[in-house]
Ligand binder design. Structure first.
Ligand code: GAL
Length: 716
């Protein structure tokens, strides 16, 4: 009896000790539907701080109210041994999305990842270009861990002994339902730091949680209009004359071109870089930029930030750089204001002031053996690990501000990013090259507030070429990156027309695409969207049970069914890319009726259809009542003040409306209210005929569309 009593007392004391290390946390609703809490002692460097986010308070207030997504006492937090342990509840039916720029998977429940900025290495294990520690639940909420650390996430894998909702116990010998991954009722997270800030974004749908996340980060970026035209990156050693000639060839081939990417050869040395024009290849950079601008073309300069000992910046930033070199260059500590000021002066004086319109910031992601090691130290005192997680954010934020101060929008490329990036003017790309995985990355970018381009570089066949070109024209940046292969859009003459057609179609769709980006900014709606973010979309196909095999599948793991090869561009258009070798593909249509973009014919509703579009077309579908504003084909995006004709297409039989957005296309004046938003409406008259109208733009606000509208009711 006495022994039992002693055991009970000991157990009680143990519980007390356990509770002492477990923290009770204080959740503060910092914005409508967004809660923040600090656990332990958060570090003074964080992802959102480095991205310098400026929450869009008004837009957040306009979202419906949201409630805290689960009972607060179901969250547990502890700091043990200098590390933070976090646990958030999960219900049985919930699916999770996000957790970084993944390339192969969309459903993240059941995965274990260590989120680490790196070049994507072919596995969704957390090492990727934007390892954003943010997950979105199918139940309509999001969780962000704002720590600049290699965070390990067990996304519904661990099962605690004391769980209130344990998985069913089964005998593998006799029970066919035995599951190698028993149900786990939590997302568990290990942050290798003494504390962290946590944010919870509420909502009534996964999209609403994503909207809150993007709006809190400042709202999505609206690229300048030229940024949405076609862009070609030239071979690395092209001279200024070669580039002007290349631009002329685009005219000869009647192919769109809005900006040109200049690869490493513009530096007098790369890599490491000098950030100074090479006198042999670029004897007159000012003339070069002036000539391009006269042709309506902007320039974008490649760089990686590792400073060459032979460059003029080297002595200036030597003491402001980390302990280790990268490709013999020093690594500037951009958390220090002085370093940023030195860079700013050099870049503004030598590039921005002569018309350079943007940058491609390479190699800030990895690979491990190239980048600084985690044992590196930096003059700011931040560690190699912290720097690794934020460097991509720092360079985006810093360069973005240079342009903003000149009231000039830029649009560039970057290879590393992280949480808080929604309002930064950059698109992520990489050296990996699976067309299918590129589309999955595009889909996943929509959960985590980043943009991604499935860039085209080279292809083995004309078929592959045209299929890749079609996809990239339905992405945030329509780009051919010919840095190594010297490819041109017309490299495969047999598909030149098909490639030109899709690039022209992109140009025609600019009014729709630009308005879609304005939704990103004002409402937090990502421009390119996973089907799982579409309201009412449900694709609950059972996972197919895996087949037992002692070598390939010893635990008979089920095969996941995910929608990872089709997506939405804006509210109305469903994009279903074709891949090389396919003559047909399946498309999952959400609820409601859907119509073929090209001929307006009805294709189906809430079902899986098979399409065989031929080589010259990328399958595109429009929802019932969907309105698509378009403009005539032109080689370049409309310049400031340019007026273009408006064609409005309507699909299906339902009434519909669309908000057409416009501004000057180049400056930030829209942030002060200098923009137009006109209502395009299609209603049925008494006889049931569809009639369209476009409201008048507000006087004095920029609006680049001629009054005369040509209407096309596509569904006969
Ligand atoms: C790579 C980059 C390529 C190209 C190349 C130039 O790292 O991903 O797109 O810019 O550098 O050296």
């Amino acid at each position: 009896m006495k022994i039992t009593k002693n055991i009970i007392i000991a157990f009680y004391l143990l519980c007390l000790a356990f509770n002492a290390s477990a923290q009770s946390i204080n959740w503060e609703e910092i914005q409508n539907g967004i809660w923040k809490a600090s656990v332990g002692v958060p570090e003074d460097i964080s992802l959102l701080k480095m991205a310098d986010i400026q929450p869009k308070k008004e837009a957040l207030d306009n979202l419906p109210d949201a409630t805290f997504p689960f009972s607060k006492d179901k969250i547990s937090t502890e700091v043990i041994d200098g590390k933070t342990y976090l646990r958030f509840p999960l219900t049985r039916e919930e699916q999770l999305y996000g957790l970084g720029l993944n390339f192969k998977t969309v459903h993240q429940r059941g995965r274990i990842m260590t989120l680490h900025v790196d070049h994507y290495g072919g596995k969704d294990d957390g090492r990727t270009h934007a390892p954003v520690p943010f997950y979105v639940s199918s139940r309509g909420y999001g969780v962000l861990i704002d720590a600049a650390r290699y965070i390990t996430v067990y996304a519904g894998t661990g099962v605690r002994v004391d769980t209130e909702d344990p998985p069913v116990l089964r005998d593998r010998n006799t029970d066919k339902k035995w599951d190698p991954s028993p149900y786990s009722d939590a997302v568990e997270i290990l942050v290798p730091a003494k504390g962290t800030d946590i944010y919870i974004y509420g909502g009534s749908s996964p999209m609403e949680a994503v909207q809150r996340y993007n709006l809190y980060n400042g709202g999505g970026y609206i690229p300048p209009k030229w940024g949405l035209g076609f862009t070609q990156r030239v071979p690395t050693l092209y001279s200024q004359d070669d580039i002007i000639k290349e631009a002329t060839e685009f005219v000869e081939h009647d192919f769109p071109l809005s900006f040109i990417g200049v690869e490493p050869g513009w530096h007098s040395m790369a890599y490491p870089c000098t950030f100074e024009w090479d006198e042999g290849r670029f004897p007159d950079p000012k003339k070069f930029n002036t000539e391009l601008i006269a042709m309506g073309i902007r320039s974008n300069l490649w760089l990686n930030p590792f400073v060459s000992p032979v460059g003029s910046l080297y002595p200036k930033v030597k003491e402001l750089s980390g302990s280790h070199t990268v490709w013999n260059g020093i690594v500037p500590d951009f958390t220090i204001k002085e370093t940023r000021d030195i860079f700013k002066k050099h870049f503004v004086d030598n590039h921005l002031s002569i018309g350079v319109s943007g940058y491609k910031i390479d190699e800030v992601d990895g690979f491990d053996r190239w980048l600084w090691p985690d044992v590196a130290t930096f003059p700011s005192g931040y560690s190699g690990e912290q720097m690794r997680q934020v460097y991509g954010l720092l360079v985006q934020e810093m360069t973005g501000k240079w342009f903003k101060e000149l009231n000039q929008r830029t649009y560039g490329l970057v290879r590393a990013s992280n949480a808080g990036a929604s309002s930064l003017p950059y698109v992520i790309y990489n050296d990996y090259y699976s067309h299918r995985d590129f589309i999955t990355a595009l889909i996943n970018s929509s959960f985590i507030g980043v943009l991604w381009t499935p860039e085209v570089r080279a292809s083995k066949t004309a078929e592959e070429w045209v299929r890749r070109m079609q996809s990239v024209c339905f992405s945030p940046m329509a780009m051919l990156n010919a840095w190594a292969d010297g490819t041109k859009p017309w490299s495969f003459p047999e598909v030149e027309t098909a490639v030109r057609d899709v690039a022209n179609l992109r140009m025609q769709l600019l009014p729709y695409i630009y308005s879609t980006f304005s939704q990103y900014h004002f409402e937090g709606l990502p421009p390119f969207r996973a089907m799982n973010l579409v309201d009412g979309f449900s694709f609950e196909q059972q996972e197919s049970a895996g087949t037992l095999s002692s070598t390939d599948n010893p635990y008979a793991m089920a095969i996941k069914k995910e929608v990872k090869d089709q997506y939405m561009m804006g509210d109305n258009m469903l994009v279903a890319p074709m891949f090389e070798g396919e003559t047909e593909r399946k498309v999952i249509l959400p609820a409601g009726k859907w119509y073929d973009f090209y001929d307006g014919k009805y294709v189906g509703s809430n079902e899986i259809i098979t399409v065989s579009p031929g080589l010259e077309k990328i399958p595109l579908f429009v929802r019932d009542g969907g309105i698509i504003p378009m403009m005539p084909v032109q080689r370049q995006a409309p310049a400031k003040g340019e007026m273009v004709d408006l064609e409005v297409r309507h699909y299906g039989t339902k009434e519909g409306s669309f908000k057409l957005y416009d501004d000057d296309g180049t400056s930030f004046d829209f942030e002060k209210g200098d923009y137009s938003r006109v209502d395009i409406k299609v209603i049925k008259d008494k006889k049931g005929n569809l009639k369209g109208s476009v409201s008048k733009p507000e006087k004095g606000k920029p609006y680049g569309y001629n009054k005369q509208v040509s209407w096309k009711f596509m569904t006969k």
